[in-house]
Design a protein around this ligand. Structure first.
Ligand SMILES: [Cu+2]
Length: 76
């Protein structure tokens, strides 16, 4: 099943950052789409929850050099 979540991403300052984060997320198996809103400091991710966890999404962003966390409404 496709799931959609919004991550809060800290440390992005320009389009280069935006691309890096989007690429890092899209590189994960199971991620269908990742769209960063630079001004809001968020990443909207559509993914297959049977293939990739939210923790893995956050880990991929961290590996790219940024800090990600779940937005409050997505925290379960
Ligand atoms: Cu940048």
């Amino acid at each position: 099943m496709a799931e959609k979540t919004t991550l809060k991403v800290d440390g992005m300052s320009c389009n280069h950052c935006k691309k890096r984060v989007e690429k890092a997320l899209q590189a994960l198996d199971g991620v269908h789409e990742a769209v960063v809103d630079l001004e809001a400091g968020t990443a909207e991710v559509k993914y297959d929850e049977s293939k990739v966890s939210r923790g893995a999404l956050i880990g991929a962003v961290a590996a790219a050099g940024y800090r990600a966390e779940l937005t409050p409404r997505n925290r379960k």
